[in-house]
Design a protein around this ligand. Structure first.
Ligand SMILES: [Zn+2]
Length: 323
């Protein structure tokens, strides 16, 4: 079996793992990112985790040089805008002050004696790649994906390849406008899907309704989307309304996306998607069914399958040339 190494670089943790061609992960390692120490220190830590995965693999298999040869590549998923084919992070919201950081070069310089090709892509594209090959996207050609977290990430797959666009910025589905004069979004625009379905915005919309006098069991202080989802499950009407409205906005965005791209399937993941079928997904589907044209309206809307592993699996998939 061939293997590849996946690295999921986040603002809090660096996760690494070894993946076989069957998509199964082993040799998992998690270390703290420690953003404040800067890009070079982070590159050293990434290189160390790679070394550690390789050493563990050699020890756990047959301690021969052959096992090293079986690792065909190393993929790294990182947040932010990555310049296509260059390994340079142009900008990343999770790493303040990083401008045009040649992360791949930094990591390569630390990988002494390891001659395995290294690849990098944006973390959302990487998650989509993971779902495409080993998750909810298996068997589909044309796929879109949304990740509902702090922000709303997106990815587009055309003919089983992630579509990057001219300047590597394609797939910003979270910034589809769903309300022209709507809430302010972090991107500078107004009324983006993210300004309704991003974690902070779900909390703010709830707090606003509480301030307007809506009855609820929720305490506006220290509120999280998870608490709101739980309250919705427990029957809290305000919490249910917040999620049904969130679902409606996602359905509105998906309608435009389906009309533009005609994908077979929309995969929805991220922490907020964990609210599930009754609280969230049924509202997305109902709104989409109401709005979409006959034929593109056949698009299926399904939850992501890989959960937190999508980033690692997808990063490891970067090692395959037919990705
Ligand atoms: Zn936006």
């Amino acid at each position: 079996m061939k293997y590849s190494i996946g690295i999921d670089l986040g603002g809090t943790d660096i996760k690494a793992g070894l993946m076989g061609t069957d998509g199964k992960l082993s040799c998992r390692i998690i270390v703290s990112t420690r953003v404040s120490e800067g890009a070079k220190a982070i590159a050293i830590r990434i290189a160390q985790t790679i070394q550690q995965v390789i050493t563990t693999t050699e020890t756990e298999t047959h301690q021969s040089d052959d096992s090293k040869g079986e690792i065909i590549g190393i993929g790294l998923g990182a947040p932010g805008l990555i310049i296509a084919g260059s390994g340079i992070i142009h900008f990343s919201p999770n790493f303040p002050g990083w401008t045009d950081i040649p992360l791949l070069e930094y990591v390569s310089a630390e990988l002494d004696g390891i001659n395995i090709p290294l690849y990098i892509d944006n973390d959302v594209n990487v998650m989509v790649l993971g779902e495409l090959h080993h998750g909810a996207g298996v068997g589909y050609e044309n796929v879109v994906a949304l990740t509902l977290g702090t922000g709303v990430g997106g990815g587009v797959v055309i003919n089983r390849k992630v579509y990057h666009g001219t300047w590597n910025t394609a797939g910003e589905l979270g910034h589809t406008v769903v309300q022209p004069d709507g809430r302010e979004c972090g991107c500078g625009n107004r009324g983006c899907l993210e300004a309704y379905a991003g974690a902070r915005h779900i909390v703010e919309r709830t707090q606003q309704k509480i301030a307007e006098g809506r009855k609820t069991c929720l305490n506006p202080e220290g509120l999280s989307p998870k608490q709101i989802a739980q309250a919705a499950t427990d029957g809290d009407k305000l919490a249910q309304d917040i999620f049904s409205e969130t679902g409606r906005y996602i359905g509105v965005a998906l309608t435009s996306i389906a009309h533009i791209l005609n994908p077979q399937i929309a995969i929805i993941g991220g922490g907020i998607a964990a609210a599930g079928e009754d609280i969230l997904f049924q509202h997305i589907r109902a709104e989409f069914a109401k709005r979409a044209m006959d034929i593109p309206g056949n698009m299926d809307i399904v939850p992501a399958k890989l959960g937190n592993d999508a980033g690692l699996v997808g990063a490891a998939m970067l090692a395959y040339s037919d990705k």
